[in-house]
Design a protein around this ligand. Structure first.
Ligand code: CTP
Ligand code: MG
Length: 172
C-alpha cells in the first residue's frame, strides 16, 4: 500500500522549488537575453537566475528540515534524504528551464500555458533523485503514478491560488 504521507514528504522539495521562483524570481534572465539559432530566446524572461537559485535553495532547505523532522523509508539515512532533496530541487529547476526551452523552440511565448509546465519538472526531479532512493521502496509503479497524478492536480490549483492572491498575472 502506498504511504501518502511519505510520498508527500518525498516530493515536497520539488513542489517548493517549483513555487519559490514566483515569489523570489526576477532580474537577470538565465539565458542572459541570448537567442538560440532559430532567432528566438533560449529560455525567455520567465526563467531568471534568482528564480533558479532560490528554487534550488528553497527546495534543498525544505528537504533538509523534513529529513530531520520526518525521515522516510525511501532513504537509507537522513543524509541521503537531504542529498535527494537537493537532487529533486535541481532536477525541478532544470526541468522547468528545459520545458521553457522546448516552448520557445515551438514558438510558444513566455507565460503562455503549455502541458509541459505541469509534468516536465516532476519527471526531471524524479530522474535526478533516482540514485539516492531505495529503489524498490520509492519508485514503485504505484508511487510514480500517484506522484504524477497528484502533480497534474496540484500544479494547476497552486497556480490558480497564486493568481488569486496576486503573485501571478495568469491563473496557470
Ligand atoms: N521564475 C523565475 N525564474 C525561474 C522560474 C520562474 O524568475 N527559473 C518566475 C518568473 O517571474 C516567471 C514566474 O516565476 O514569470 C512563473 O514561472 P513559470 O510559469 O515557470 O514561467 P513563465 O513566465 O510561464 O515562462 P515560460 O513560458 O518560459 O514557462
Ligand atoms: Mg508559466
Amino acid at each position: 500500500m502506498a504511504n501518502f504521507l511519505e510520498i508527500i514528504i518525498f516530493i515536497l522539495p520539488a513542489y517548493i522549488a517549483n513555487s519559490i521562483p514566483v515569489v523570489l524570481g526576477g532580474g537577470m534572465p538565465l539565458d542572459l537575453e541570448k537567442k538560440f539559432s532559430d532567432g528566438r530566446r533560449i529560455f525567455g524572461n520567465g526563467k531568471t537566475m534568482r528564480g533558479f537559485l532560490s528554487g534550488i535553495l528553497g527546495g534543498t532547505v525544505t528537504g533538509g528540515i523534513l529529513a530531520i523532522a520526518y525521515p522516510i523509508s525511501y532513504f537509507s539515512s537522513i543524509e541521503m534524504q537531504f542529498i535527494a532533496s537537493f537532487a529533486l530541487a535541481l532536477g525541478t529547476m532544470i526541468g522547468d528551464a528545459f520545458g521553457s526551452f522546448i516552448k520557445r523552440r515551438m514558438g510558444i511565448e513566455s507565460g503562455r500555458q503549455f502541458f509541459l509546465d505541469t509534468v516536465m519538472f516532476i519527471v526531471l526531479a524524479m530522474i535526478f533523485a533516482y540514485p539516492f532512493v531505495i529503489v524498490n521502496n520509492a519508485y514503485t509503479i504505484e508511487n510514480i503514478v500517484i506522484i504524477v497524478l497528484m502533480t497534474i492536480i496540484i500544479h494547476p490549483l497552486t497556480n490558480i491560488f497564486a493568481n488569486r492572491i496576486g503573485l501571478k498575472n495568469v491563473p496557470w
